[in-house]
Design a protein. Structure first.
Length: 127
């Protein structure tokens, strides 16, 4: 009987813990998966950026993070507006990347963006 109680308690504990962990955090700012430096380091590694390119990309990423933080505050209850504004920022950033990267690097960047786009932003990549 004691063993049955221990097993039942263990199963209950695991089930309740899983439910608590699975709940979304609706309070406070959403933590970034990666900061501007981390994003730049990943991009530098993936695209073999020069030091000059890396410095310029870091500035784009810092600006992007600041704009997105501001947009999240303004549009915290309007996901569609946030998504639309993010797309505008992404389009501007893409133009900046195109000016900084070589044609080969830019093509590789677009391929990587398309590949991870749905996973990062909860959207299906657009054709």
């Amino acid at each position: 009987m004691k063993n049955l109680m221990k097993v039942a308690f263990g199963i209950s504990f695991v089930a309740l813990t899983s439910l608590c962990v699975a709940q979304p955090d609706n309070g406070g700012p959403r933590p970034h998966k990666m900061d501007a430096q981390g994003m730049t380091d990943r991009m530098a590694q993936d695209l073999n950026l020069t030091p000059d390119q890396k410095a310029k990309v870091l500035e784009i990423h810092k600006s992007h993070m600041a704009k997105m933080d501001s947009l999240r505050k303004v549009n915290e209850n309007n996901r569609e507006a946030l998504r639309a504004e993010r797309r505008k920022i992404d389009d501007v950033n893409d133009a900046k990347y195109k000016a900084i990267l070589t044609p080969e690097q830019y093509t590789k960047y677009l391929e990587a963006k398309l590949h991870r786009g749905g996973k990062e932003h909860g959207e299906k990549p657009q054709n």
